[in-house]
Structures are given as structure tokens and as C-alpha cells.
Ligand binder design. Structure first.
Ligand code: NAG
Ligand code: NAG
Ligand code: NAG
Length: 293
């Protein structure tokens, strides 16, 4: 089992250190620079234009990683980010894209939806780690290998969060769906808005091959690239005023999930699933969402 990460562990809410770039006059295009702020870090991150796309080079050096945060928060939405991961030796590093409530929410009310990209030695594959916390409790890890090299180009990583499902997607293909099964007592985040966050940090004690391969600081600074952040609010079914009023039994949101594609990816690309980890739950029994009605 991978130690629960929580990128916030290394959060040092230092004043934003944003490398200032003179921005072109605002047009119809949304600039990443306007929607995302650097909330902590060593100061080696920077925004730049990459073929006319406003891009953030998120930096990790010996002194610190970096964290970013969206300036808006949303209750039920789809959040997309295009990410290009660290090339070559990324062992020991973790890049993240995740959702989190306001900083002031006490731990016992903390909901969190995580994408974490665990680096690897040169030539070895990245692992995509996902987790869901509700009311401060996580332990819902699923891990995947990707069907492409995520360091070669940008790919879109998305979290769709509606009243019925949390869906993790990679290039629009669902890799994981977590269902709001309220009737059976499955915990699900339903009431507080969440901001999108990202980070790049050092987790060499556990991230790569169970902590056996450490960060090679001679390769630093490390950069992961983020761009095209977008948020699409949840659309309820006709006649329903707001997504939060949509009953979880509604079939409206099932149309949002390509169940066949999900099944395919889960069969071919999933490398860890807490719901089948017999050893881990042999004393306590499986969490309710892992059992069938
Ligand atoms: C962030 O704030 C800017 C300026 O207030 C605003 O124009 C922009 O729409 C906001 N972005 C998001 C994602 O809420
Ligand atoms: C990765 O390795 C290739 C081949 O050695 C090199 O051309 C490239 O600059 C390296 N990339 C980074 C980010 O170090
Ligand atoms: C790294 O590569 C090894 C060997 O291919 C693989 O077993 C492991 O799952 C990969 N990912 C991480 C994060 O260690």
C-alpha cells in the first residue's frame, strides 16, 4: 500500500512566488495565469507561452517543491488539466492534480479527490495513483499504468464530480468511477465546494518502486508542465434547477459515464485496487463501497 500522500503534508503556505510574465492584453482566451496561482514553493516555477498556450512549468528543486491552486471553487463540476510529466529520471517525485476544500475546513470535514503521478527511473513507467477522501477518511487507492508515455506530450487528466459519480478520466477515457451509494452508507462528498490544486514534490521514501529508488538530485531542477485548466459546471437534468438537487438515483448522470470503456481500462491498466486487497482488510472487512448490495 502506498502511504497516503496528501500533498498538503508538505504545504508551506508561503506567500505566492509567481514569476511575473508580462501578459498580453486579455482576450477571449482564458490564461492559466489568471485562473491558477502559485501558493507555495521554491520560486523556480514559471509561466511561459508554448506555441501560444499559456503554460506553467512547475518546479521541484533541492529546497522545495511547488503548489498551485485555482482561484475559484466549485460544487459539482468537471475539472480538466493538461499535464506533461517529468522526462527521463523522475524517480522519487510526485506530481499531483487534486480537489480540496477551503484551507480552513477542519480535518474531519475534509473531502479530497486525488490524481497523483508517481515518477520512476529513466525508461520505467509512471504510475497513476488515485484516491478519494470523505470527511477526512481516505484509503480508497486505485493505481493504473498508462497506455502512452506521459512525459512525451501533454495529456488531459480530468475529474468529473457530479451528485452520482466521481469519475477520473485520462484523455476523456474513464479509468475509475466511484458511485454515490447513499442508501448503503457509502461516504460521498456532497456539500462543500472544492478548488483544484496541483503540486510537484519529493516523496522518495515511498513513491518509486516502494521507496527503493530515490530522487537523483543531480538531475534537479525537475519540471512538470501544466496548461489548459478548465472547469465545466455540472448540468442537471431538465426541470432540475441545480445539480445538487438531482437525486442520486437519477439515471441522468449514467450517460456521463462510458461504462464499457471503463471496464476495458480497469481490466487492462489497473495495477492496484483496494477493493480486492484481501490482506489489507482481512481483519476489518472491506469498506462498504467494495461490497455488493
Ligand atoms: C480567477 O480570477 C480572475 C480575476 O478575478 C477571473 O477573471 C477568473 O475568471 C477566475 N478564474 C476562475 C477559474 O474562477
Ligand atoms: C531526456 O533525455 C534525452 C536523451 O538523453 C535528452 O535529449 C533530453 O534533454 C532529456 N530531457 C530532460 C528534461 O532532461
Ligand atoms: C516503476 O517501474 C517499475 C518497474 O517497471 C514498476 O514495477 C513500478 O510500478 C513503476 N512505478 C513506480 C511508481 O514505481
Amino acid at each position: 500500500m502506498v502511504a497516503s500522500s496528501s500533498s498538503c503534508k508538505c504545504r508551506v503556505l508561503a506567500s505566492a512566488l509567481v514569476v511575473v510574465l508580462a501578459m498580453a492584453a486579455r482576450g477571449a482566451v482564458a490564461y492559466l495565469y489568471d485562473d491558477i496561482k502559485v501558493t507555495w514553493g521554491s520560486g523556480c516555477s514559471f509561466f511561459y507561452m508554448d506555441n501560444d498556450v499559456d503554460t506553467l512549468a512547475l518546479c521541484l528543486d533541492r529546497s522545495s517543491g511547488t503548489g498551485i491552486s485555482s482561484n475559484g471553487s466549485y460544487l459539482f463540476a468537471r475539472y480538466d488539466m493538461d499535464i506533461k510529466l517529468i522526462a527521463n529520471d523522475s524517480a522519487g517525485t510526485v506530481a499531483t492534480f487534486y480537489l480540496l476544500p477551503d484551507d480552513n475546513v477542519p480535518w474531519e470535514y475534509r473531502d479530497e479527490i486525488d490524481f497523483e503521478f508517481l515518477g520512476n527511473a529513466t525508461g520505467e513507467p509512471y504510475t497513476v495513483h488515485t484516491n478519494i477522501y470523505v470527511n477526512g477518511a481516505g484509503g480508497r487507492e486505485q493505481q493504473f499504468k498508462l497506455w502512452f508515455d506521459p512525459t512525451e506530450d501533454f495529456h488531459t487528466y480530468s475529474i468529473e464530480w457530479n451528485p452520482k459519480y466521481i469519475i477520473f478520466l485520462v484523455d476523456d477515457t474513464p479509468i475509475r468511477a466511484y458511485k454515490n451509494d447513499r442508501a448503503r452508507g457509502v461516504p460521498f462528498p456532497t456539500w462543500q465546494s472544492l478548488t483544484a490544486e496541483g503540486s510537484l514534490w519529493d516523496a522518495e521514501e515511498w513513491a518509486t518502486q516502494g521507496g527503493q529508488v530515490k530522487t537523483d538530485w543531480s538531475q534537479a531542477p525537475f519540471y512538470a508542465y501544466y496548461r489548459n485548466f478548465r472547469v465545466t459546471p455540472c448540468v442537471p437534468s431538465p426541470g432540475v434547477a441545480w445539480c445538487g438537487d438531482e437525486p442520486p438515483e437519477s439515471t441522468w448522470f449514467d450517460q456521463r459515464l462510458d461504462a464499457a470503456a471503463l471496464q476495458r481500462v480497469q481490466a487492462q491498466n489497473m495495477i492496484y485496487d483496494y477493493c480486492v486487497d484481501q490482506k489489507r482488510f482481512k481483519d476489518t472487512g472491506f469498506p462498504v463501497e467494495c461490497t455488493t448490495a
